[in-house]
Write a protein that binds this ligand. Structure first.
Ligand code: 3PG
Length: 209
């Protein structure tokens, strides 16, 4: 199945931001998240094994929907697509990335932090956006301010979102889901504590929207 950006955002209240250091961690981590009810997975292109991890998950965990995070160029988008990514998330927005993802049929959640960036993305047809870095760039107050002029735009705030503040973000009418790295603590991934990750996913999956 293919998903629209809005479907990627509405699948669960949280999109986990995943940093993988070892290809052997990819499949058990994806299974742990899926077992907790989270299947849209953002694997960031920040480590040398990221693409190989996406390939493994795409092959071995059919219940998961693997996306690529940290997509910064058309080349990143192409590499992610080849590795089996089914959506893309970028930390900022350029028309080149927007065009590449559209040409590849890759749903994109572009990252924005200002009104001008929202307008640039919307001009290119993108109205489901990642607000990044959410806490650092204005948090809840910024989203409330944007609700006035940008009534047709929906956000996934990411960056500084935690289990403690996620509910407040999710309660805003222009927020569909949040993103965060807290579901995949580095120490739990390194030690293979998959049951902890399933529990974190379960808690995240039941956060009220
Ligand atoms: C990232 O790109 O690293 C995400 O914004 C995750 O941020 P977090 O660690 O604050 O959740």
């Amino acid at each position: 199945a293919t998903f629209s950006p809005l479907e990627v955002m509405t699948d669960a209240p949280v999109i986990p931001v995943i940093v993988l250091e070892d290809v052997e961690h990819a499949v058990p981590l994806a299974r742990a998240l899926v077992a907790g009810g989270i299947r849209m997975l953002e694997v960031t292109l920040r480590t040398p094994v990221a693409l190989a991890c996406m390939e493994r998950i795409a092959l071995e965990v059919p219940e998961a929907v693997t996306g690529a995070g940290t997509v910064r160029s058309a080349a990143d988008a192409e590499a992610a697509r080849r590795a089996g990514a089914r959506f893309a998330v970028s930390p900022g927005y350029t028309s080149a990335v927007g065009r590449a993802c559209r040409d590849l049929g890759l749903p994109l959640l572009p990252g924005v932090a200002t009104g001008s960036e929202i307008m640039a993305a919307a001009e290119d047809g993108y109205t489901e956006l990642k607000f990044f870095p959410a806490m650092q760039a204005g948090g809840l107050a910024m989203l409330k301010a944007w609700a006035g002029p940008f009534t047709d735009v929906r956000f996934c705030p990411t960056g500084g979102v935690t289990p403690l503040n996620a509910r407040e973000f999710l309660a805003l009418p222009n927020v569909v889901c949040v993103g965060g790295s807290w579901l995949c603590p580095v120490e739990s991934v390194r030690s293979g504590d998959w049951s902890r990750i399933t529990q974190l996913a379960r808690d995240a999956a039941t956060l009220r929207r």
